[in-house]
Design a protein around this ligand. Sequence first.
Ligand code: ADP
Ligand code: MG
Length: 701
Amino acid sequence: MNPNFLNTPIDYLKRVGPQRANLLRTELGVHTYQDLINLFPNRYIDKTKYYKINELQRNSTEVQLVGKVVHMKMVEQKRGKRLVAIFTDGTAEMELVWFKGHKWIKEGVKLNTPYVVYGKINWFNGVFSIPHPEMELLKDHEASLRSAMQPVYPSTEKLTKIGINNKVINQLIQELFKESQGKFYDTLPKYLLEELKLINKAEALFNIHFPRNPEMLAKAQYRLKFEELFYIQFQLIRKNLVRKSKIKGYPFENVGKNFTSFYNEHLPFDLTGAQKRVIKEIRKDLGSNAQMNRLLQGDVGSGKTIVALLTALLALDNGFQACIMAPTEILATQHYNGILELVKPLNLNVKLLTGSTKTSDRKIIHEELQNGDLSILIGTHAVLEDKVKFQNLGLAIIDEQHRFGVAQRAKLWRKNEIPPHVLVMTATPIPRTLAMSLYGDLDISVIDELPPGRKPIKTVHRYDGNRLKVFQFIRDEIEKGRQVYVVYPLIQESESMDYKDLMDGYESIARDFPAPKYQISIVHGQMKPADKDYEMDRFLRGETQIMVATTVIEVGVNVPNASVMIIESAERFGLSQLHQLRGRVGRGAEQSFCILMTGHKLSDDSKTRLETMTRTNDGFEIAEVDLKLRGPGNIMGTQQSGVLNLKIADIVKDNDILKVARYYAMRLLKDDPTLQKPENKIVKYTFEKLQLHKNIWNYIS
Ligand code: ADP
Ligand code: MG
C-alpha cells in the first residue's frame, strides 16, 4: 500500500461527492482517509432485535421496528413543513417524520407494506416519533446479512438530514477497506504487541468496524484504547521530561533567614505530616536546575496557605520575588490579610493588587515591583496585566487552579525570560486517573491529612417540612455564640427565579430571626462589590450571626466561628459544589454541622449525592463518586483541556488501561528517551505524525 494512502483527501473516496465531503469535514472532522478509518463507532447495536411500539420507553435511543405506514400527511409549522407518516406494528401507533426530501419519500414509501424501520426515537406529548428513519422493505431486509453487533457511528442532525446516515457511513468505511485491501501499518512496536498480547493494527481496525464476534471486538477495542492512551501519556511524560532537561529554572539553593526564622520561630502551629512532606517535595523541585511545575491538591481546610507562604519565603531567600494569585477579590484579600499577619515579624513588603486597587497605589506597586522593593505580590487576574512587570519573579503560586485557564498559566510564565517556578493549588480534589490525563505534565503533591483537632463536620439531610426544627437548631447554635450560613442555589438559566428564592428565603429567615436580637447579612452576585464586601465583613467580624448567600461564598471564605452550613435546594447542587460549600464550616475548634435541605421529589442521582455527602467528608472519595455520576465532561478543568476529545478510550471507564499505558510509556521513555532504537522507530514515526495531526492533539498545550 502506498504509505500516503491514508492522507488521501476524503473527496477521493467512492460515493463521496463534493457536498458529502464538505459535510464530513465540517460535521465530523473527517478530512482524510485516516480520519474516516479513525471514526470509531460509539457503540454497537443488536440488529437482530426488534422492538414493539408499545414497549418503547421515553429513554430508549435507537430502535428497530417492523410495521406499516398507514397514512401520510403534511403538517405546516412555523419554519417550513414536515411530512408525517403514521406507522403501526399492531401494538400501537407512532410517527415517522421528515423535514426534508418530502417528494422523494412520498413517492418512494409504499403504504400498508411491511418495512423495517430504524432510527433514534423522540417523545413528545405522549407520542413517539422517529425523525428521518432508515427504512428498508421487510423482504429486502430478510435477504440481507445481519449481525448482532452493528456499529453505530457518531452523527449529527445535519448529516442525517441530507442522507448521510449510519448505513452510509458504514458503506463508506467498507469502500475504504476495499481500496486499502485492509492493509494498515502498525503504529505500536512489535515487542509491545507481543508483550501485551495485543492484536495488530489492521486486525483491530477491521474488527472495530466489522466485528467478527464479541471476543474480537473486545480485543480490537482494547488495542485501540491502549494505543490512544499510550500516545497521550507518551506526550505528557515526554513534555515533562523535556521541560525538566531543557527549561532551566532558577535553582533556589539557599534556605535563608526568612524561611528559617519563620519556620523555627513564627509558625503559628505544628505542621501536619502531609504539609511537611509536601514542602519537602517542593524544596526538592526548587533546588534542582529545572523549573518547577507542581500541582498541590488538598481538601478545603487542609492548610495549603502556609505551604504557599513557606514556598514564597524560599524564593525571597534566594533573591527573588513571589506572586500569589487567587480567582476572586474576596479570596485575594483574605490571603493578603492572612499572610500579612503571619509575616509581621519578618518585616517584608507584601502588597495586594486587584481590580479595585486605586491608581495611586497601583503606581507604587508597579514601581516597587520593578525596582525590587516589593517581595510578595498577592492579587487577582490583575497581576497578569502587561503593565505589571517584576524585577525578578521567581515563583508564581496560583490558588484554585481550575478557575484559571491554561492560557493564563502560560501568561505568568512569560513574565520573565526564564519562567518562574509554578505552584498551582486546588481544593477540588481530582481523581487520580483524571489528574494523570489532565495534568500528566505536572508533578502532583497531595495534602491528604487535616490539621489535628478538627472535628469531622456532621452532615444530615432534612426535608423542607422539617424547617421549624432546623430553625430551632440554628437558634440554639447562635445562642452558643456560633454563626450560620444559609446558601441558595444560583444557576444561570433561571437566575431571576433563583434570585426570588433567595429573597423569599431571606424574608422568611428575617421573620423567624428578628432584629435587633439577630442580625443577618446577605450576599449575592447582583450586588456591587463594595456592598458585598461590607456584608461579608460584618459577618467576618461577628456583627451578624446569619449569612444568607448564593454560591458566591463557595470558594475560600474563612470564618472559623461559623459552625452551621444550611444548603437550600441541595438536590440542585453538584457534589463538588456541596463539598466546597460544606468546607466553609468546620474551620474552628467547635463541632460543625451541614444540613442539606431538599423537597421530597428526588432523582436517583440526587439521592446518591445526598447519601455520599452524609456518609463521608473525604474530598477524594466524593470526587470519585462525582466523576462516576457525571462523567469527565462536567468535571472542572476538563473542557478547557480537551481531555474529552478522545476517540475511543474513556478516561473514567478505561482507568485500568490508562495505568498500563502510562507504565509502558514511561518505561519506553526511560529506556530510549530520544527514540533511537530501531525497534522504536515506529513510535517515533507515529508520534511525529500525531503531533502534526492537530485535531487529536490540540488539547495538549
Ligand atoms: P486551605 O487548604 O483550604 O487553603 P487554609 O490554608 O486556609 O486551608 O487553612 C485552613 C485553616 O487551618 C487556617 O485557619 C489555618 O490557619 C489552619 N491550619 C493550617 N495548617 C494547620 C496546622 N498544621 N495545624 C493547625 N491549624 C492549621
Ligand atoms: Mg485556600
